[in-house]
Design a protein around this ligand. Structure first.
Ligand code: ASP
Length: 440
């Protein structure tokens, strides 16, 4: 199984292949976009019948295993931790880390956007044009935001009424909750009764891991298809009026990952950032190309265990939670976008309002689904709260995909660092357990 994150059988490492595919797909997409235009019929044909389907098949293979994997890993993680007090302690540490780093991320994003002030530079004509062009997309997001609004029911609904329906609806928190209960129940049973179930769950986990290995063999093709779709359809023309905004978001995301998270890795977790990023880079490439923390979860689990040497019962418990609750990159993006739109619409925010934006960015980042664009409907709510029309989200939709891909990388690096943090603070792991890099 090491093959899926190590050598791919032809001598070249799989993540090197994926990276190459990313470059080839992106270059081809940019070329056709700039030479033929983003609405060219041939490009449309290639996207509909070749690149799109290949990318989708890869994504679907990953999504296919997410629910069984979340259930079996959480249940096994809880059963492995033994008593419920321990589960509470590990969960508490994980959630503390999620909230702490997400708060740092959101505050940092706000600082960056307040210093650079990219919103002042957007001409009114561009604003009006963008709002007209993306009005339809914006309306769909606003509706999604209203349906999935954040309130007391968000918490009540975590207690799923029907775990099978939750799995079918891709309701991660519902499945996580059922997995928690199931694992907890196993710890309360007589050992000889619980043992066969634990064996079954372990077998499910192993089988799913094999499927992930198969999916990852498709990764170079899938990734090339996905990135070609993004770049060939991307509105490069938008990079000029929105360039400053895009640069602030990307700069803040990269700074958070390589400076803030690296400092935490080094001084809190005691792991060299260089070692960390060298072991997790394949998973970060998957995050970038899928734009989805959930689709990246299977690869992240393998990396945590095989690449970082973190015990299964910690990774299996913390990573599924993190993939839906720990979104540092999303919080940065949300904070910056809200303030950017306020600047563009001439809305002055008091310090109190700024604090509300930080807090709301943290809450909605925790609540957002780990799927492409999962945070956008919730973001609309914060914009409206600050007195900017929700429709204004249209202004950033045209450039969102590239920001989404990058923030997902930051989200996943946060999940993996959280796992290392919890394993370390539980005394179950330290940097000396990180295996030597395979094939290096
Ligand atoms: N795509 C992000 C993720 O899956 C969520 C978002 O910010 O839209 O982590």
């Amino acid at each position: 199984m090491a093959e899926s994150i190590g050598n791919s059988g032809t001598g070249m490492k799989l993540h090197t292949k994926i990276l190459l595919a990313l470059l080839v797909g992106a270059t081809a997409g940019i070329l056709v976009n700039t030479q033929l235009g983003k609405d060219d019929a041939t490009v449309g044909f290639v996207n509909t019948y070749i690149a799109g389907p290949i990318g989708q098949i890869f994504l679907r293979m990953l999504f296919m295993v997410v629910m069984p994997l979340v259930f079996s890993s959480i249940a096994l993680g809880v059963a492995g931790l033994g008593d419920l007090r321990k589960v509470g302690q590990v969960g508490g540490r994980a959630i503390g880390y999620f909230l702490g780093t997400t708060f740092i991320a959101a505050a940092f994003g706000l600082l960056a956007v307040s210093v650079v002030r990219p919103g002042d530079a957007v001409p009114d004509a561009v604003k009006t044009e963008l709002m007209a062009t993306y009005a339809g997309d914006a309306a769909a997001k606003i509706e999604a935001g209203q349906q999935g609004g954040f309130g007391i029911n968000t918490f009540v609904n975590i207690v799923t009424r029907n775990p099978v329906k939750s799995a079918a609806d891709f309701d991660m928190l519902g499945v996580i909750f059922f997995g928690l209960m199931f694992g907890a129940a196993l710890t309360q049973m007589r050992q000889e009764r619980a043992e066969p179930m634990i064996k079954v769950l372990e077998a499910i986990n192993d089988a799913v891991t094999v499927i992930v290995g198969m999916a990852m063999k498709l990764a170079p093709y899938g990734v090339a298809g996905l990135i070609f779709g993004v770049t060939s359809k991307f509105g490069f023309a938008l990079l000029k009026p929105l360039g400053a905004f895009v640069l602030v978001v990307l700069g803040a995301l990269l700074f958070h990952m390589f400076v803030n998270v690296s400092l935490i890795l080094k001084f809190v977790i005691g792991l060299s950032p260089k070692v960390f990023f060298s072991r997790v880079r394949g998973t970060l490439i998957t995050a970038f190309s899928t734009s989805s923390s959930s689709a990246t979860l299977p690869a992240a689990l393998k990396t945590a265990e095989e690449g970082l040497g973190i015990p299964n019962r910690i990774a299996g418990f913390v990573l599924p939670l993190g993939s839906t609750m720990c979104m540092n990159g999303t919080a940065i993006f949300e904070g910056i976008t809200v303030i950017f739109l306020c600047q563009a619409f001439g809305v002055d925010l008091s310090l109190g309002n700024m604090i509300v934006v930080v807090v709301m960015s943290v809450i909605t980042a925790v609540g957002a689904a780990g799927v492409p664009g999962g945070s956008i409907p919730l973001l609309v709510g914060i914009i409206a709260m600050m007195g900017v029309p929700g429709e204004a989200i249209a202004i950033v939709l045209g450039v969102d995909r590239i920001l989404d891909m990058t923030r997902t990388v930051v989200n996943v690096s946060g999940d993996l660092s959280a796992t290392a943090f919890v394993a370390k603070s539980e005394g179950l792991w330290d940097a000396s357990r990180v295996p030597a890099e395979q094939g290096a």
